[in-house]
Design a protein around this ligand. Sequence first.
Ligand code: AP5
Length: 266
Amino acid sequence: MSAPEKPQYTGATRGKNDRAAWFQGASATCSDAAQPGGFTWRLVLLGAPGVGKGTQAYLLNQRLRACHLSTGDLFRAASRLSECDRSPAMQAAINHMQRGELVPDSTVWEMVRERATCIRCVGGFVLDGFPRTLGQAESLKQLMSSQKISLTAVVNYELPLTEIVTRLSGRRTCDKCKAVYHITSQPSKFEGLCDRCDGHLFQREDDRPESIKVRMEAYECSTAPLIEFYKAEGTILPIAATGSPDEICARTISALVARAGTTADA
Ligand code: AP5
């Protein structure tokens, strides 16, 4: 059997990460849509809460131009809507999130399916926080195979629990652009203010110790089994999440490039 053809760089014009459409639902169009051509990175980031998926998704977007799509950010954006603008399903989802529990698959899938254009996009994606259950993984697989596209890789970030708890308890998030900081390892230049957009930094409600415990349990019970699922699919790529964010990103890209047989500039 001949070896699969290596993807080639053909000079794509990439979207810059216009996540506005991802947050706006079914009818929204992307103001910065990518054009066909080049290598399309379609990545899923796996790993326990706080391992650094959001931080890496941002850096991977900067390097690979694939759009950062986070379901956690989607729910946090919805939680900022006024109560009368939230559907009952969305209100229930927000309550689950604040307790640290997983949002039911049906609600998550409804929101992701509404933005199926982001999954199909030729600019590619870095999915952060989705899929998180076997049911969600099956739904994504069906959607992608109906579009005749497949995942490039599923990056599984690994880190000892003690380090994860340190990362979570010091995290601060921008209320406008959702940039992520840490009070000691990644502080903003001016305390409480985002370097990128001057938004205010806040501590997430689910970063309280009681919610962290529930989130870790949900991860072990529902999300960790995805590692076996994607091993069986042949897409899993384990990456040590130790070191600085830039070091981890460089490690991730080297492994991705070796896996996909292309260059990071593609
Ligand atoms: P979500 O937002 O996806 O949260 P999570 O998976 O728990 O992950 P986190 O965002 O907590 O952590 P992260 O791995 O992104 O780490 P980060 O980069 O921020 O989901 C939240 C909730 O929404 C869920 O609990 C659930 O209720 C609901 N939900 C979302 N999607 C769902 C789905 N598909 N199904 C069901 N429910 C769903 O980094 C953490 C901290 O560490 C930061 O302070 C950062 O600055 C710091 N840091 C990062 N890297 C480093 C480093 N290398 N060195 C030192 N510090 C670092």
